[in-house]
Write a protein that binds this ligand. Structure first.
Ligand code: COA
Length: 329
């Protein structure tokens, strides 16, 4: 598998820490020192579907492909206005694509889970080009009266197009059921045969999540690097889930790595859940920061508790002439 196109889209409204301190008992100093976030983008006028479609169109353009060339759409999404149909189906219609679609909800780890699924689909040899779009609006899950969760998250969409190739060097996923540290319950319809449903806006035990995130990410990174037979010296960049700058820094400390290998955009966008890595990847691609042959480690963690990491060699050269192949990961 290889990535041949990236795209991203963010809401127009930038909500600064100062703006939050006007509606919540918080302040810029606390938020920026505890999380590294200065502002986040929040959906106001636009819809999540519009962001997902725009990010997808950009990724297709970057891959030099059209909607008709897409053989599968995988959409990583936690909440949107529709429970059904899946957001992937809505994106397909807006793009004018004609291919099977599936949604996956693996919270903030969704991009790595989508890569894993895409690699397996490509391995079957039935599809050639897969669009992965991660579209998230955690602003619809948090309690905007509670300062502990609302300051951390932001909305956004990141997309990639993947095709057959030999650039995915290793990939590893873990899931360990742990509901209490991070969950969200949505309100469901009245049913005369059951008691009233209780529901809760996003609940997060920040300290537990912090510890689980650091431990899991360090372990996952070591696992995928070992499986890919790469050393730290060979890694160009570590693209970590943009959850909290202190989490990223603690992981970097454990690995004993240089700061410039850990690109960050959390200060601008907050934690955009599964969209954070593809948005970061797209920014780096568009800024010309990625060179053919760069070795990237990507690592994400989130509710579940689910985690995933992979080693990917960067190459955005088109391979339109390459026939489908049953490449092994
Ligand atoms: N503004 C001001 N004060 C706040 C605040 C806010 N937005 N949120 C919490 N506080 C207060 C708390 O009430 C507490 O006050 P107290 O000491 O008087 O009780 C104090 O700040 C410390 O809170 P604490 O929760 O101990 O802070 P922390 O250092 O653990 O940082 C997080 C909190 C949430 C930033 C941190 O735990 C974290 O980032 N965890 C991981 C979260 C994450 O990544 N989630 C997504 C995973 S995908």
């Amino acid at each position: 598998m290889k990535i041949i196109g990236t795209g991203s889209e963010l809401p127009s409204l930038a909500v600064t820490n100062e703006m939050l301190s006007e509606i919540l008992d918080t302040n810029n100093e606390w938020i920026s020192t505890r999380t590294g976030i200065s502002q986040r983008r929040i959906i106001s006028e636009e819809s999540l579907t519009e962001l997902a479609v725009s990010a997808s169109k950009k990724a297709l353009k970057n891959a030099n492909l059209e909607a008709k060339d897409i053989d599968f759409i995988i959409c990583s999404n936690t909440v949107n206005n529709y429970v059904l149909p899946g957001l992937s189906c809505i994106v397909q219609g807006e793009l004018g694509a004609h291919c099977p679609c599936i949604d996956l909800n693996s919270a903030c780890s969704g991009f790595i889970y989508a890569l894993y699924m895409a690699a397996a689909y490509l391995d079957m040899g039935k599809v050639k080009n897969i669009l992965i779009v991660c579209a998230e609006e955690p602003s619809k899950m948090v309690d905007w009266h509670a300062r502990d969760t609302s300051v951390i998250f932001g909305d956004g969409a990141g997309a990639t197009v993947v095709t057959q190739g030999k650039n995915l060097k290793s990939i590893h996923l873990t899931t360990t059921c742990a509901i209490e540290p991070l969950y969200y319950q949505r309100e469901l319809e009245y049913n005369p045969y059951t008691h009233k449903q209780e529901f809760k806006p996003l609940v997060m035990n920040g300290k537990d999540v912090y510890k689980m995130a650091v431990n899991a990410s360090v372990q996952d990174i070591n696992t995928v690097m070992k499986e890919a037979h790469v050393t730290q010296k060979e890694i160009s960049f570590y693209l970590l889930h943009q959850a909290n700058v202190r989490i990223i820094e603690t992981i970097r400390d454990f690995l004993g790595e240089n700061e410039d290998k850990f690109p960050k955009n959390i200060h601008k966008y907050g934690n955009t859940s599964s969209a954070s890595i593809p948005i970061l990847l797209d920014e780096m691609n568009m800024n010309g920061q990625l060179k053919d042959g760069d070795i990237l480690v990507m690592s994400a963690f989130g509710a579940g508790f689910s985690t995933g990491a992979c080693v990917m060699e960067w190459s955005n050269r088109m391979t339109a002439a390459e026939p489908p192949q049953n490449n092994k990961m």
